[in-house]
Design a protein around this ligand. Structure first.
Ligand SMILES: Cc1cc2nc3c(=O)[nH]c(=O)nc-3n(C[C@H](O)[C@H](O)[C@H](O)COP(=O)(O)OP(=O)(O)OC[C@H]3O[C@@H](n4cnc5c(N)ncnc54)[C@H](O)[C@@H]3O)c2cc1C
Length: 307
C-alpha cells in the first residue's frame, strides 16, 4: 500500500534533519527515511570544533539532539534504504525502498551525503573490519597501544590521526603529496604529537595479511619508488576521498560527472519537486554548518512549491 506525503527527506544527517524541522514547522506532512543511524557523519566525529558560538566544541551527542528535534514538530522518522526515485506521469515522486515498499510525495529532498572511497588494493574489502577501517571513532579502541596507519591528507584523516594518537602506541600518517588539504590548525596539532610520524609523498602499496588480519603494510615513496615495510602496523584507517550517494536518482540526469547533485541556490535540481541538500550536492565546503544551511533552504523551497 502506498503512503502519500507532502515531502520525503532521504537521509537523516544534519541536512535532512534540519530540513525536517523547517518543513514540519510549516505544517508540511513530512517523513524522513534513513538507512543507518540518525545523525549521519556527525556520529563519526569526535568533536565538532567549528560550530559558531561553541568554543569548547560540540560532542556527537548533537546528533541525538538533532534527531529528537527533527521529529518534535510532527515529522515522521522511518528506517529504510531508498533504492530509486521515480517521477510518475502526474509529477508525483515515487520513492522505492530496498525492501520493496513504495512511498509517494509531492516533493523529495535528497540529503544522503557521501560514502568513503575504499583503499584501492585487492585485499582491502576482505580486510575491512579485520584491521582496515573507515571510522576511527567506531574502531579506534580495538587498536589501543598498537601501531596504526592513517591514510589521507584532508581534515578527516588529520582529525582521526589526532584522535587515534590518544590511545594507540604510534600513529603513522601516510599522505601521497607534500602539501595537505587539511586545515592548518589541525596539521599543527598533529605535528606536535610525539607518537605521530608523518610520511609525506608516500602511498600504501600493499596491505600484508596473516590469519585473515592486517599484519603490516608496504608503503612506496612516490618520488623515488622506494618501498618500505611497516611490519608492526595492525590497523589501517582510510580517508582517501568520498563519493556522493546518488544512485537512486541516476536515471534523472541531475548529477555532475562525479555524481554530485546539481542544484541552484534554492537547492532545486532541474527536476521540479526534487531538491538536494548537504554533502551530496556539488559545492565547495562539506561541513555540518553548510549542511544545515542547505537543509533549511531546501525546506523553504518546498514550502514555496506547495503553497
Ligand atoms: C571523521 C569526520 C570528522 C568530521 N568533522 C567535522 C567537523 O569537525 N566539523 C564539521 O562541520 N564537519 C565535520 N565533518 C563533516 C560533516 O560530518 C558532514 O559535512 C555532515 O555530516 C554532512 O551532513 P549531511 O546531512 O549532508 O550528510 P551525512 O551526515 O552524511 O548524512 C547522510 C545520511 O543519509 C543516509 N543515507 C544515505 N543513503 C541513503 C539511502 N539510500 N536511503 C536512506 N538513507 C540514506 C546516511 O545513512 C546518513 O545518515 C566530519 C566528517 C567526518 C567523516
Amino acid at each position: 500500500m502506498e503512503t502519500m506525503y507532502d515531502l520525503i527527506i532521504v537521509g537523516s544527517g544534519p541536512a535532512g534533519m534540519t530540513a525536517a524541522v523547517y518543513a514540519s514547522r510549516a505544517n508540511i506532512k513530512t517523513v524522513i527515511l534513513e538507512a543507518g543511524a540518525p545523525g549521519g557523519k556527525m556520529l563519526k566525529t569526535m568533536e565538532i570544533e567549528n560550530w559558531p558560538g561553541v568554543t569548547h566544541g560540540i560532542s556527537p551527542q548533537i546528533a541525538y539532539e538533532m534527531h529528537k528535534h527533527s521529529t518534535a514538530f510532527g515529522a515522521e522518522f522511518k528506517m529504510g534504504e531508498v533504492a530509486q526515485v521515480i517521477v510518475n506521469e502526474n509529477d508525483g515522486k515515487e520513492i522505492h525502498l530496498t525492501n520493496g515498499e513504495v512511498l509517494t510525495a509531492k516533493a523529495v529532498i535528497i540529503a544522503t551525503g557521501t560514502k568513503e572511497r575504499p583503499l584501492p588494493l585487492p585485499n582491502a574489502e576482505k580486510l575491512t573490519g579485520r584491521g582496515i577501517s573507515y571510522c576511527a571513532i567506531c574502531d579506534g579502541a580495538f587498536f589501543r597501544n598498537k601501531h596504526v596507519a592513517v591514510i589521507g591528507g584532508g581534515n578527516s584523516a588529520v582529525e582521526e590521526a589526532i584522535h587515534l594518537a590518544k590511545t594507540s602506541a604510534k600513529v603513522t600518517l601516510i599522505h601521497r603529496r607534500e602539501g595537505f588539504r587539511a586545515d592548518h590548525i589541525l596539521l599543527e596539532r598533529l605535528e606536535a604529537l610525539e607518537n605521530v610520524e608523518i610520511m609525506r609523498n608516500y602511498v600504501v602499496d600493499e596491505v600484508l595479511e596473516a590469519e585473515n588480519k592486517v599484519a603490516g603494510i608496504v608503503v612506496k615513496n612516490v618520488l623515488t619508488e622506494e618501498l618500505l615495510t611497516l611490519a608492526d602496523v595492525e590497523g589501517v584507517f582510510v580517508y582517501v576521498g568520498v563519493d556522493p550517494i546518488t544512485a537512486m536518482v541516476a536515471d534523472l540526469h541531475i548529477t555532475n560527472e562525479w555524481g554530485y547533485l546539481l542544484v541552484n541556490s534554492d537547492m532545486e535540481t532541474s527536476v521540479p519537486g526534487i531538491y538536494g541538500a548537504g554533502d551530496v550536492i556539488d559545492k565547495k565546503i562539506r561541513q555540518v554548518v553548510t549542511a544545515v544551511n542547505d537543509g533549511a533552504i531546501a525546506a523553504e523551497s518546498v514550502k514555496h512549491q506547495l503553497s
